[in-house]
Design a protein around this ligand. Sequence first.
Ligand SMILES: [Zn+2]
Length: 88
Amino acid sequence: MPWRDAEADDDLDDDEYPDDDDDDDETIPCPYCRVPVYEAAERCPACGHYLSRVDAPRHSPWWLVLGVLICLGLTQQWVFWWWWLSPR
Ligand SMILES: [Zn+2]
């Protein structure tokens, strides 16, 4: 029965999809309903709340870190010069 062999091959092909490979799909629990959603998702598919910028990511984007560092450096310089130039 050759047709059954073809169907078996199709089933084998369907089983080859990597369903158990969760390494590439990083999920975070939704802060509103605790349903695991994709980290890259903009809104929760379960409750519809937007996830972007609501929950702090585990690693800040480099431009945010750079901006904070620049602000801190400028503030430090400003404080230093204010202290240096202030009359005593
Ligand atoms: Zn949710």
